[in-house]
Design a protein. Structure first.
Length: 387
């Protein structure tokens, strides 16, 4: 039995979703996992050293560095490091694709109909710069005007940068769409906007990054945010670890992108609850079951009533047909899965609510005008243009 030791300081954050994906992938391989959290004093490695001594792990995953370079046991097993500084020159890393986060934020905001844009980031930060540049490039390609606002560094005090952000907001034209490179910075932008009497999303549309729910949901106006593809991140960690366990050479760096933007109140008008409770029930059913092969008839049955009347009420309330609502959810799911580095093509149709692979292929070509393979090639060319 192979035991993988996981050393992380993020047990209570959204990184849990990455680790849950890693656990799922590990179970397929017959791995057992043990988690160790860093001590309050980051220089204290006694608990980690003890875990190595007792468990004799055959693999290691680190999400925190500290003084770990002084622990010789770490160098003796296959190891993967996740979204942290590189502890050794030859370390195998799994990281955010920061450029993809900027592009996805731009894609979400360009559809708002605003013409003025701004990105808030940090000075002297490589990852922040990657997010900023990708956002600015995407906005300009779409014909928008984008300003870049940098604050000195990630604020040490919880909201110490609010004065600087407020001053920058005052100088921006309005209405304006704003991308903040972290959710914490998005929260500061939101507080500064409210202090100026600006309202989301009428005067300012705001998207943060990393989808840290404890931050995004802590405001009266919850913040929309770019959500990392945690599932893909966990899969890549398992892949990199397995290659090393088999004695093969892994890549030095694996990148995982975003699964999309979680839209909350800072980018959309307040939710208008359907007048007809049956339509609300239908929308909830579609959101929960679109990835299974449910049909329009299934939705009508959930609503209760005659076929024609249910279809009519749904369209009156939502502005679209039941089939259009199902298709939109399935399209978004297909695009998300195809955006991954390695889509699981044999099971892709099942994850998108289609009974057959040919059904998904036909649906995708009708919607996109190209095949899934061609769409991926076009997307990759747009994301990584030739120098």
């Amino acid at each position: 039995m192979k035991t993988v030791l996981v050393y992380t300081r993020h047990p209570g954050t959204n990184y849990n979703q990455l680790f849950l994906s890693l656990l799922k992938e590990g179970r397929k391989r017959g791995w057992t996992f043990a988690f160790v959290e860093p001590a309050t004093n980051p220089d204290d490695l006694s608990s980690l050293a003890e875990a190595f001594e007792l468990l004799k792990p055959t693999g290691f995953v680190g999400n925190f560095v500290g003084k770990i370079g002084t622990l010789p046991q770490v160098r003796g097993v296959p190891a993967v490091w996740v979204d942290c500084p590189r502890p050794f020159r030859d370390s195998v890393m799994v990281r955010h694709d920061n450029s993809s986060f900027g592009r996805i934020a731009a894609r979400a905001l360009v559809s708002d109909g605003f013409h003025e844009y701004a990105v808030f980031g940090f000075k002297n930060s490589r990852w922040s710069g990657s997010r900023e540049r990708a956002f600015v490039s995407s906005i300009r390609e779409a014909g928008g005007r984008c300003r870049v606002v940098k604050i000195d560094s990630p604020p040490s005090g919880q909201y110490s940068a609010i004065g600087r952000v407020r001053a920058a907001l005052e100088r921006l034209p309005r209405p304006v769409s704003v991308f903040a490179v972290t959710d914490h910075l998005a929260g500061i932008v939101l507080m500064a906007a409210e202090a100026l009497g600006l309202r989301c999303p009428r005067d300012i549309r705001l998207v943060g990054c990393d989808d840290m729910e404890r931050i995004c949901m802590s405001f009266a106006t919850p913040i929309s945010s770019v959500r990392p593809d945690w599932e893909e991140g966990g899969r890549l960690v398992a892949e990199a670890l397995e290659i090393q366990m088999r004695g093969g050479p892994p890549k030095r760096e694996y990148l995982y992108g975003a699964s999309g933007v979680v839209c909350r109140a800072t980018t959309r008008e307040p939710y208008r609850r359907p007048v007809d409770a049956r339509v609300e029930k239908a929308l909830a059913f579609i959101a929960a079951e679109y990835a299974s092969p449910v049909t329009v008839a299934d939705v009508v049955r959930v609503m209760g009533g005659s076929d024609g009347h249910c279809r009519e009420r749904f369209r009156e309330e939502t502005g679209k047909t039941i089939l259009e609502a199902l298709d939109e959810m399935r399209w978004q799911r297909a695009v998300t899965l195809l955006s991954r580095a390695r889509p699981d093509f044999p099971t892709l149709h099942l994850a998108c609510g289609f009974r057959t692979a040919s059904g998904l292929r036909q649906f995708f070509r009708r919607r996109a005008g190209v095949s899934m393979t061609q769409w991926r090639a076009l997307r990759n060319n747009a994301s990584h243009p030739a120098e």
